[in-house]
Design a protein around this ligand. Structure first.
Ligand SMILES: Cc1ncc(COP(=O)(O)O)c(C=O)c1O
Length: 390
C-alpha cells in the first residue's frame, strides 16, 4: 500500500482503489469488494451510475457554477423535482453541498424565525459534523431519551400522561429536528405515536418541525423519505448523501408557509456553491432514475428479504437484526469488541465492505438499492461461515 497522506483519524482499509462500478469497488490488481456501505451511505444507485455520470459530463461542459443571483434552468428543475418528492406545493428549496450544511441551515432558519431557547431532538440523533447541530450544546438543545417509549401498554393510548413526555419544555422549544432512524448508533426507529405527539405539540406552540433525511432519505428506508413512515407534516426537509449519489450536493426544502415567512423575514443564505447548476443536474438525474425505477419500493422489498435472511442465521452470537428498507444493523452478543472487529475485517477480506460501529458490537449495512437479492444472499452465507460456531 502507498503511504497515506491524508488525515481523518480513521483506519484505512484500501488506498489503491482503481475503479468503482455499481455495487463494486475494485482495488489495484483486480480484487473486487461488494460495497455494503454505499461509500458513506451515499449511493442508492451504486457507484458511477451511467445516468449520473452522463449528467455530470454534460453539465460540466455547459455550466458548473454561477453566482447566487444568476440561476440556471437546471437549478429550477432540481428544486421543482425535490418539492414534488415531498409534496410541498408552493414551497421552495435550496441546494448546498453536504448533509451537515443542510441540517445546520434548517436549524439556523428555525432559530431565526423563533425566539425560543431550545431546539429539541432525540438523544441518539446525529445531525452533522459542523455548526450548532454538531456541537449539540445543552444550552441550546433539549435531548429526549426515548429509550423506554413504546414499551409500556400505556404508550398505545398516547403520551399525554407520560412523565417523560411532560418533562419536555415545549414552551421553550423553537423546533424539533427529527432523524427518522438513528444513523450513528444502533439503527433504531422511534415509535410513530411519540413522533406524532411531539410534532403536534411543537406545531401547536408555533414551533417548526425539521426532518433530517441525510441518511434516511432518497429511498433508503423503503419510502422516498424516512419521515413518510410517520404521521407528521414537516416544515423543513434536509436532504443529503443519496440525492447526489456520490456527488456532493444536498438540499433544504421548505413547505409553502415556511418559505413565505422566510421570504418576508429577509433571511439570506449565501454560500459559494449554493444552487450550483452542476449539483442541480445531478439531483435531476438521481430523481429521474427514482421516478423511472421505483427504487424506494425496491429498497423495501430487498430490505425485507435481507432482514429475514439475516434473522434466520442460526447463531447464538447474533442478538438482533434491525432495519427498515436497506438501512440495517446486526447486533452481536457474547463477542468482545475485538472479536466483532475481527469479523468485520474477515468480511472485508472475503470481499464485503461493512461498517463496524465504534465501541459497539454492531455491524451496519446500507447497500446500494440496485444490489441484487443474490448478492445479499451471498453475504448472508459468508457471514454465517465466518461467525464462530455455536
Ligand atoms: C443523519 C445524518 N445527518 C447528517 C450527516 C452529515 O452529513 P455530511 O457528512 O454529508 O455532512 C450525516 C452523515 O453521516 C448523517 O448520517
Amino acid at each position: 500500500m502507498k503511504e497515506v497522506l491524508w488525515y481523518g483519524g480513521h483506519e484505512v482499509f484500501l488506498n489503491d482503489i482503481e475503479k468503482t462500478e455499481g455495487i463494486y469497488v475494485y482495488a489495484k490488481g483486480g480484487k473486487r469488494y461488494v460495497d455494503l456501505e454505499s461509500g458513506v451511505w451515499c449511493l442508492p444507485l451504486g457507484h458511477c451510475h451511467p445516468t449520473v455520470v452522463e449528467a455530470i459530463k454534460k453539465q460540466s461542459d455547459k455550466c458548473m457554477h454561477t453566482g447566487y443571483c444568476y440561476a440556471s434552468s437546471e437549478t429550477a428543475d432540481a428544486c421543482g423535482a425535490l418539492l414534488k418528492t415531498v409534496g410541498f406545493d408552493g414551497g421552495q428549496a435550496t441546494l448546498l453541498t453536504s448533509g451537515s450544511e443542510a441540517v445546520e441551515l434548517g436549524v439556523q432558519m428555525i432559530r431565526h424565525l423563533t425566539a425560543k431557547k431550545y431546539m429539541l431532538t432525540m438523544s441518539d440523533s446525529f445531525l452533522g459534523s459542523f455548526g450548532s447541530a454538531a456541537e449539540l450544546s445543552d444550552d441550546e438543545w433539549h435531548f429526549f431519551d426515548w429509550g423506554e417509549c413504546g414499551s409500556s401498554p400505556k404508550c398505545e393510548t398516547g403520551c399525554d400522561t407520560c412523565p417523560l413526555f411532560e418533562k419536555i419544555p415545549f414552551n421553550e422549544i423553537g423546533g424539533f429536528v427529527f432523524e427518522p432512524g438513528s444513523s450513528a448508533g444502533l439503527v433504531r426507529f422511534p415509535p410513530k405515536l411519540l413522533i406524532k405527539n411531539i410534532s403536534e405539540r411543537v406545531h401547536e406552540l408555533n414551533g417548526y418541525v425539521q426532518v433530517n433525511e441525510v441518511t434516511t432519505g432518497v429511498g433508503r428506508t423503503g419510502k422516498m423519505y424516512g419521515y413518510m413512515h410517520y404521521d407528521i407534516k414537516p416544515d423543513i426537509v434536509s436532504i443529503g448523501k443519496g440525492i447526489g449519489n456520490g456527488y456532493p450536493v444536498s438540499a433544504v426544502v421548505l413547505n409553502s408557509t415556511t418559505a413565505d415567512i422566510f421570504a418576508k423575514e429577509g433571511f439570506k443564505v449565501s454560500q459559494s456553491h449554493q444552487n450550483d447548476p452542476l449539483g442541480a443536474a445531478v439531483v435531476c438525474a438521481v430523481l429521474g432514475e427514482f421516478e423511472k425505477c421505483f427504487f424506494a419500493d425496491q429498497a423495501k422489498e430487498k430490505g425485507d428479504y435481507f432482514i429475514k435472511e439475516l434473522s434466520s442465521i442460526d447463531s447464538k452470537y447474533i442478538k438482533e437484526v434491525r432495519g427498515r428498507g436497506l438501512m440495517i444493523s446486526i447486533t452481536f452478543q457474547e463477542m468482545s469488541d475485538d472479536e466483532v472487529k475481527e469479523l468485520h475485517y474477515k468480511l472485508f477480506e472475503a470481499g464485503f465492505i461493512t461498517v463496524k460501529r465504534p465501541k459497539l458490537p454492531v455491524l451496519r449495512l446500507d447497500p446500494p438499492i440496485v444490489i441484487s437479492k443474490e448478492v445479499l444472499h451471498s453475504f448472508t452465507i459468508k457471514l454465517q461461515k465466518l461467525l464462530p460456531s455455536n
